[in-house]
Design a protein around this ligand. Structure first.
Ligand code: ADP
Length: 410
């Protein structure tokens, strides 16, 4: 799949580059051709002008022009009366050709002299009857153009080969994030299926047990039914979390941003945890003295606090203590959740925000949880342009510090 994609990306690049190169070669060639042609035309114009004034001079005056040229002057009958220097062939051989041009109907044309094609220009002399016939050797111009075309073509071909390899290299690089995210997606689907299988199997086994004893009362089989219900709840939470992350991945998880009192929101969350903390004999404290009007999605920020407090409660044994505090740091609002629970080994710290990552799988399995809580928390923090720091020591407890920038608060 990736080889095909790489080939496609490379070819798109090569085709675009070929088109641009071709455009460049053609335009350069035509610009040069027009320029060279214009220069020769200019030379012809000068000669024609000179002929008018009768002072056609030696070649030197027109040296800056590329084309070689020579001229002859004739009388009215076409006999050569004067010739310039640098004739390519003796006068007696040139005479019939000149005669031919004089008697021809055209003022411009081409003649073959010594295997070379000359362009001629015939201008009537003004002061005396007769003509000036100038011969231009445009072969040098043509040679230059031919060489230019060859150089451009070779250059184009070399560039195209380099483009091919360059594009392959770039396609490889461009595909790294695609490959990574594809792999992540694959892992995600595999993990999700695996996590869904466990509750499904438990439900199936429990319901089969109930089904196997059709004579028994519901009350006597409550144990199996309770297990099933518990697993159903677990599965339902898992599916909710999966849906949240899937929406987040496809940018469909919209935020409802508006100003709200952050301290009040956090107080509400902590109040909702009080009963649970009491039953597990955990002291739940909060310092929410800073009054902060924060601009963000209230529901999501509450969800973030729920995830962190829920974890703290899950991983702190009875008799432990959990503290939630809010501090105004000026540029940011800082939410801290700390517990004196079981803690996390340092080697796991940078992985706990990954999807489905649970530090001790066997132990975590007994505790309710999907391994997606912190992944969701991370998304909420990032979508508010915030950051999170975790410090923990095994057996001593864990502290999460979430920093939410306030630059866009009102
Ligand atoms: P889970 O549903 O397993 O709690 P999370 O994504 O919320 O998933 O957390 C990932 C893992 O991080 C947990 O399984 C747990 O091992 C560890 N963890 C998170 N919070 C704490 C905490 N307060 N104390 C100890 N371990 C924690």
């Amino acid at each position: 799949m990736f080889r095909k994609l790489r080939f496609k990306l490379t070819m798109i690049n090569v085709v675009v580059m070929s088109f641009l190169l071709l455009l460049f070669i053609i335009s350069t060639f035509f610009v040069m051709q027009t320029q060279i042609f214009n220069q020769s035309q200019q030379l012809m114009q000068i000669i024609a002008g000179d002929a008018g004034s009768g002072i056609v001079s030696d070649k030197r005056e027109h040296d800056r022009h590329l084309a070689k040229y020579f001229y002859v002057k004739t009388d009215a009958s076409g006999k050569i009366s004067e010739a310039s220097t640098g004739l390519p062939l003796p006068l007696d051989q040139l005479a019939p050709l000149v005669y031919q041009t004089i008697n021809g109907p055209n003022l411009k044309g081409e003649v073959e002299l010594h295997d070379e094609t000359y362009t001629y220009l015939k201008v009537p002399l003004k002061q005396t009857p007769g003509f000036l016939v100038a011969f231009f050797d445009l072969e040098r111009d043509r040679d230059i153009l031919r060489e230019l075309l060859l150089t451009l073509s070779i250059g184009g071909l070399v560039s195209l080969i380099l483009t091919y390899y360059g594009s392959r290299f770039m396609a490889d690089r461009a595909m790294i994030p695609i490959k990574t995210s594809w792999q992540r997606q694959q892992d995600f689907v595999a993990d999700a299926s695996h996590e869904l299988r466990t509750p499904l199997t438990v439900i199936q086994v429990n319901l089969e047990l109930v089904q196997g004893n059709p004579e028994e009362t519901v009350a006597s089989q409550a144990k199996w039914l309770d297990y099933s219900l518990l697993e159903m709840k677990r599965m339902s939470k898992l599916v909710d979390d999966l849906l949240f992350l899937a929406r987040a991945d496809s940018q469909q998880q919209a935020l409802e941003l508006k100003p709200f009192p952050l301290h009040t929101a956090l107080r509400e969350v902590i109040e909702s945890f009080k009963p649970l903390a009491e039953t597990t004999e955990i002291r739940l404290e909060s310092t929410l003295d800073s009054e902060i009007t924060y601009f963000g999605d209230e529901l999501r920020i509450k969800q973030l606090a729920v995830i962190l407090l829920d974890n703290a409660l899950k991983y702190t044994p009875s008799g432990g203590q959990i503290t939630l505090s809010l501090q105004n740091r000026g540029a940011s609002a800082e939410i801290t959740v700390s517990d004196n629970g079981e803690g996390i080994e340092p080697k796991h710290l940078d992985k706990i925000f990954e999807r489905f990552y649970r530090v001790d799988k066997a132990r975590s399995q007994q505790k309710e949880g999907t391994g997606l809580g912190l992944a969701i928390a991370d998304w909420i923090i990032k979508s508010h342009h915030g950051s999170v720091k975790v410090s923990s020591s095994l057996g001593a407890g864990t502290t999460f510090v979430v920093s939410l920038p306030q630059y866009n608060s009102h």
